[in-house]
Every structure is written in C-alpha cells, then in structure tokens.
Design a protein around this ligand. Structure first.
Ligand code: ATP
Ligand code: ATP
Ligand code: MG
Ligand code: MG
Ligand code: MG
Ligand code: MG
Length: 266
C-alpha cells in the first residue's frame, strides 16, 4: 500500500529537525493543574505526595532516555536537559516532545495509586511539552537558575498566602489583597511575626525544587538532590519587586553542567 495512489499525502508531513550542536531543554507542565490539584484535594501550599509522584515519573523518563543528563522539577512542571550531541529520533522535534510527554504522563497515571492510595483519579491528567534550544552552558545555567528562582518566588508567595488563609482566617481574596505590593522581606516578616514560621527552615523540596541527575560512575543510577541556593534573601530588595529579583543573583551558579564529551554509561 506504500505506493498506492493515496501515499502522496505523506509528502505533506514536513520535517522538523532541531538544530544540531545545541542543548535541548525539554519542559513539560501539567495542564490545568490548578483545577486538577483542587479536584484531587492536594494539600496547600505543597502536597508532598504529588511532588514525589512528579519525581517518580521524571525518573522513569530519564531511565528510558539516557541522553537526558539533568532534570529539575517544581510544582506541576519538570525540565529535562538533553546532551548537545543527542541524535535521539534524529532530533525530530515533534517525535521527541510527544514521546517524552506521553511517557511522563503514562508513568504519572500508572504510579498515582502508590502516592494517593485513598484517592482514585477522577479524570485523566495531561501535560503539555515543549523544547527550547540553547547554544551555551551559560544559557543552561541561567535556565535552571530561572526555574529555581521561580520555585522560590512562588513558594514564598504561596506559603504566606495559605498561612493567611489557613491560620489567619482570611478569605483568599483578602489574602491576595494583603500580599499585593509586598516584597520578599515583608512576606518573611508576615510569616514569622504572625504565624511563627521561619521560612528558611521549611523543606528544601518546597523552597528549591528537586533535581535529578545521573551518577555516571555508579552504573547509571539516578539520584535526587536539591540545588544549593546561593540566592541571598538577606539582601534588601531596594526598589525591586520579586519579579525583578528573579533576574538577580543566579541560584545554581556553582552546579556543574554535565560534561558533554563524557559518555553516559548505560
Ligand atoms: P496551565 O495549564 O496553564 O499550566 P495550571 O492550572 O496548571 O495551568 P500552573 O501555572 O502550571 O497552572 O500552576 C500549577 C498549579 O497546580 C499551582 O498553582 C498549584 O495550584 C497546583 N499544584 C501543582 N502541584 C502542586 C502540589 N504539589 N501541591 C499543591 N498544589 C499544586
Ligand atoms: P515507531 O515507534 O516508529 O512507531 P513501532 O514499533 O510502534 O515503531 P509502527 O509502525 O507504529 O512501529 O507499528 C506498530 C506495531 O505494533 C505493528 O507493526 C504491530 O506489530 C504492533 N501492533 C500495534 N497494534 C497492534 C494490535 N492491535 N495488534 C497486534 N499488533 C499490534
Ligand atoms: Mg503554565
Ligand atoms: Mg500547569
Ligand atoms: Mg506549572
Ligand atoms: Mg508506532
């Protein structure tokens, strides 16, 4: 049938190769997880079961694809770094994005009952995926610093927000209003003086996200750790707001980017 009179439609499929010699950064993000987390009664601000399930699915993806050297997760998203030299699926973008996204989703669903034994899925979750190409290691470092700054900013906001609601008795509308225009130091102050919470003692996972990397010397085992945060929350923010502070001190500046020329053991 390959040469049937219908086969010409195949020529409408356009090639979508990704530029060679560039780092591939694949990121996926839960579709409408605001609703999904609501419908599945995630604990606010951070449901550890859900974060661990994300880590598990990410680990499955890394196990299947040895060309992924590093991954970073927060909230409903995960980022995966593929080595520059990867020839995975001849670097065809839609093939890579769709396969990795569906593998992650399948793993998330498959392992759901392990993390939520008393709460069956109400409907199938989905994730979107994309690949961005970066030419240099600096871009990769800045990328991960950017995601981790996002983790920090969101978590500081969410932690303060939910303290105001859960412990402070405010409505969500009131809590948003309370936080409007506040700087990081104001949120630290609200947490500490009103709720006795020292932000810096909260779980690393919540404040910094989770990192998966491949330990090459040790039979390709996957590990999880937290980036060391060099982001200095003690620096007074002057006229900057949280949004602008994201572009300040990079967080993962001292984290080694896996050496491109070193083969990954399998
Ligand atoms: P989109 O489809 O555009 O991504 P979204 O509703 O998924 O929309 P996000 O910006 O991705 O929006 O935010 C994900 C939301 O999911 C968070 O704001 C939070 O409400 C919820 N969420 C995700 N993971 C957790 C978790 N581990 N614990 C509690 N809430 C979570
Ligand atoms: P690729 O990843 O390139 O798609 P593939 O192994 O999935 O590789 P396909 O050309 O998509 O190759 O073919 C799918 C194969 O899966 C079929 O050739 C057949 O062997 C098997 N298969 C799929 N569905 C069925 C089914 N319902 N019953 C029996 N075999 C099936
Ligand atoms: Mg989003
Ligand atoms: Mg989302
Ligand atoms: Mg998200
Ligand atoms: Mg197939």
């Amino acid at each position: 049938m390959a040469n049937s009179k219908y086969a010409y439609v195949r020529s409408f499929e356009l090639p979508d190769p990704l530029l060679p010699g560039t780092f591939m950064l694949f990121r996926l993000d839960g579709h409408s997880f605001h609703r999904f987390s609501d419908q599945h009664e995630f604990k606010k601000p951070n449901d550890t079961r859900a974060l661990e399930l994300m880590d598990h699915a990410a680990k499955d993806v890394m196990t299947e694809y040895p060309d992924i050297v590093l991954a970073f997760g927060e909230s409903d998203e995960f980022s995966f770094l593929l080595r520059k030299s990867t020839t995975l699926y001849n670097r065809r973008e839609s093939k890579i994005v769709s396969t990795l996204t569906s593998l992650f989703t399948a793993s998330y669903v498959m392992h759901w009952p392990k993390y939520f034994p008393d709460f069956p899925l109400r409907y199938p979750p989905s994730f979107d995926g994309r690949i961005v190409l970066y030419p240099t290691e600096k871009h990769i470092r800045d990328y991960f610093a950017w995601r981790q700054a996002d983790t920090h900013i969101n978590n500081l906001y969410n932690t303060t927000f939910w303290a105001l609601v859960q412990q402070g008795g405010q409505t969500t509308t009131q809590a948003h209003a309370t936080l409007r225009g506040t700087f990081a130091k104001d949120k630290h102050e609200i947490l500490f003086s009103r709720f006795g919470i020292n932000y810096n003692t909260l779980e690393d996972r919540f404040r910094k996200g989770s990192v998966l990397f491949r330990e090459e010397a040790c039979s390709n085992r996957l590990h999880r750790l937290f980036f060391k945060v060099t982001y200095n929350s003690q620096i007074p923010p002057k006229e900057t707001n949280d949004e602008q502070r994201m572009t300040e001190e990079p967080i993962a500046a001292d984290h080694p980017i896996p050496n491109e020329d070193r083969p990954v053991s399998t």
